[in-house]
Design a protein around this ligand. Structure first.
Ligand SMILES: CC(C)(COP(=O)(O)OP(=O)(O)OC[C@H]1O[C@@H](n2cnc3c(N)ncnc32)[C@H](O)[C@@H]1OP(=O)(O)O)[C@@H](O)C(=O)NCCC(=O)NCCS
Length: 166
């Protein structure tokens, strides 16, 4: 954790907000709230997608290192994070991979995203990995600001893509 972040976490109001927040593994009953947050954030309802993510990363996850965590405040799911340990991709040692994070717009800027990332990183450390990676759209300045604030920087891999026609 950065010194700036540690200083922020020492502040009394932030500490109070953090103490009311629980980070825990997702349950089946959370799925509707997860879908609602994603729909609100992206403008697209992807019900089938989220069901399949739940099957893969939720309670009956087939990968031991799969992590699907939710943030709960006052009995409501206000955010989630999903990731897993990926083994030796591109010849690099296993690393933690975060592929989704969302905090409900009305619950932002209260440390929830930070707590979610801290929790998944703790589980990655317990799984024995020492690096975490993610990927984001280059024009998504919000998520870029968030990950930068957590100490994440451009890594040595770059994304490549092409359209598949026909
Ligand atoms: C990015 C996101 C997860 C941050 O959640 P959050 O709970 O608001 O984050 P935190 O309160 O822990 O903020 C931590 C730091 O992130 C940065 N940050 C967060 N929101 C920011 C904003 N709107 N502008 C600039 N920096 C911001 C700040 O540095 C902040 O620290 P500070 O409060 O000390 O300034 C949340 O805004 C979100 O869900 N955005 C949409 C994400 C998305 O596009 N998901 C789809 C792709 S997976």
């Amino acid at each position: 954790m950065s010194r700036r972040k540690a200083a922020r976490n020492d502040a009394a109001p932030a500490a109070a907000q953090r103490s009311e927040l629980a980070i825990r593994p997702v349950r089946r009953g959370d799925l509707e709230a997860v879908i609602a947050i994603d729909t609100q954030v992206t403008g697209l309802e992807k019900r089938e997608y989220w069901r399949s993510v739940y099957r893969r990363y939720g309670e009956s996850a087939t990968t031991a290192s799969a992590q699907f965590l939710v943030a709960e405040a006052a009995g409501e799911v206000v955010g989630f994070i999903i990731g897993e340990v990926r083994d030796w991709e591109f010849g690099a040692p296993p690393c933690g991979w975060v592929f989704a994070i969302d905090v409900r717009p009305d619950a932002r800027l209260a440390g929830t995203g930070t707590r979610l990332l801290e929790s998944i990183c703790a589980s990655f450390r317990r799984a024995g990995v020492r690096k975490v990676r993610t990927m984001l759209a280059s024009d998504n300045t919000l998520i870029l600001s968030f990950f930068r604030s957590q100490g994440m920087m451009a890594g040595r891999f770059i994304p490549l893509e092409m359209d598949l026609e026909g």
